[in-house]
Design a protein around this ligand. Structure first.
Ligand SMILES: NC(=O)c1ccc[n+]([C@@H]2O[C@H](COP(=O)([O-])OP(=O)(O)OC[C@H]3O[C@@H](n4cnc5c(N)ncnc54)[C@H](O)[C@@H]3O)[C@@H](O)[C@H]2O)c1
Length: 328
């Protein structure tokens, strides 16, 4: 089982790779061959992390290789976890990258190259999860340049879903595992829409159980949409442990069948479901059969409020696509 991780010396990967070594994440009992990718200037830091992984003597690791370019890393890959990207605020060639358009273009270059390498060299059954932001549009660029319809590209919205479950569990004083069918629609950005109108607790709609639209619209939604910023403010760095847990949970959700009556969350290429524009990567409620088939759950009923919020986030994804159209 070959698993590629880019941005392997970064803070998310520092938690993610150990999480992936736990039993039960991958369906196959095969041991993992990790192929870790970094930019040349981070290879020394990566070698330190590899020493720690060796010292951890994981029974699920077969081998670890390190790469300073994507092409040598992805041959016959089963999974590619694309975590590495250039963050907002970095100074490149004396210019601070502040604008979304600049960020999209710079990361677009990275994901064009990574897409081409994965499309031609990774297995046709390869699954790809984009974590590096702007994740949805990076996934669109990667998937388009891979041009291999057998492979499955996703962008991560699982962290938003876990955050939403945690807030609901706290509000209703229940355990997160008792919450079913909670879906994130749209972009992994402050426009995302976490839906409670189809989420279930003991078979009852959570939105009705809460019975407080004002809380949903003015407390819950902004809380989830701005949670990333809240964490940066407290920690002085973006969420890493929780993002790693969410990436690992996405892998496990694809590898294993979805529990009966539930959904899992990731952004996939939109076919126009739920009014989301076709041809952008959007969060949807999904199920997996554990055999490599991922499907959109299509029986959610949406109020006018939900539809208007989904239209907003869909429009943002269309704008992002427009900004990178020369890379597609
Ligand atoms: N989708 C989500 O829910 C979510 C949540 C949290 C963070 N993120 C994003 O995940 C990304 C990584 O976060 P982090 O905290 O680990 O950042 P980090 O800066 O600690 O690590 C990123 C690593 O990527 C490497 N990198 C940059 N370009 C690369 C390339 N072309 N190939 C390989 N490696 C490359 C860097 O050298 C760095 O080591 C960021 O873009 C962050 O915004 C996404």
């Amino acid at each position: 089982m070959k698993v590629v991780v880019t941005g392997a010396a970064g803070q998310i990967s520092y938690s993610l790779i150990p999480f992936l070594c736990e039993n039960g994440i991958f369906k196959s009992n095969e041991k993992i061959d990790f192929s870790l990718v970094e930019i040349p200037s981070a290879m020394e830091k990566l070698s330190g992390f590899v020493k720690e992984l060796e010292d951890s003597a994981y029974s699920n690791i077969n081998s670890i290789s390190v790469h300073d370019n994507i092409n040598s890393a992805v041959e016959d890959a089963d999974w590619c976890l694309l975590v590495g990207s250039i963050p907002r605020g970095i100074v490149l060639n004396g210019k601070e990258i502040k604008e979304r358009a600049d960020l999209l273009k710079i990361n677009g270059g990275i994901f064009t190259e990574q897409g081409k390498a994965i499309g031609s060299k990774a297995k046709d059954s390869c699954k790809i999860l984009v974590v590096g932001n702007p994740a949805n549009t990076n996934a669109l660029i990667g998937c388009t340049n891979a041009n291999n319809p057998s492979q499955k590209w996703m962008a991560m919205t699982m962290l938003d879903a876990l955050r939403a479950k945690a807030q609901v569990a706290s509000k209703l004083q229940v355990h997160v595992d008792d919450i079913y069918r909670l879906a994130i629609f749209g972009n992994h950005s402050p426009t995302m829409f976490p839906d409670l109108e189809n989420a279930l607790l003991d078979g009852e709609i959570i939105y009705k159980k809460i019975n407080d639209h004002d809380w949903v619209e003015h407390k819950f939604l902004p809380k989830i949409q701005q949670r990333g910023a809240e964490i940066i403010q407290s920690r002085g760095a973006s969420s890493a442990s929780s993002a790693a847990r969410a990436a690992c949970e996405t892998v496990s959700s694809v590898e294993n069948p979805t529990r009966s009556g539930d959904v899992f969350n990731a952004a996939i290429l939109s076919d126009g479901s739920y009014g989301v524009a076709e041809g952008v990567f959007s969060g949807f409620p999904l199920t997996s059969d554990g055999m490599g088939n991922i499907n959109i759950v299509r029986d959610f009923s949406l109020s006018e409020f939900a539809k208007s919020r989904i239209a907003l986030t869909s429009n943002e994804l269309v704008e992002e696509r427009e900004l990178v159209k020369d890379l597609l």
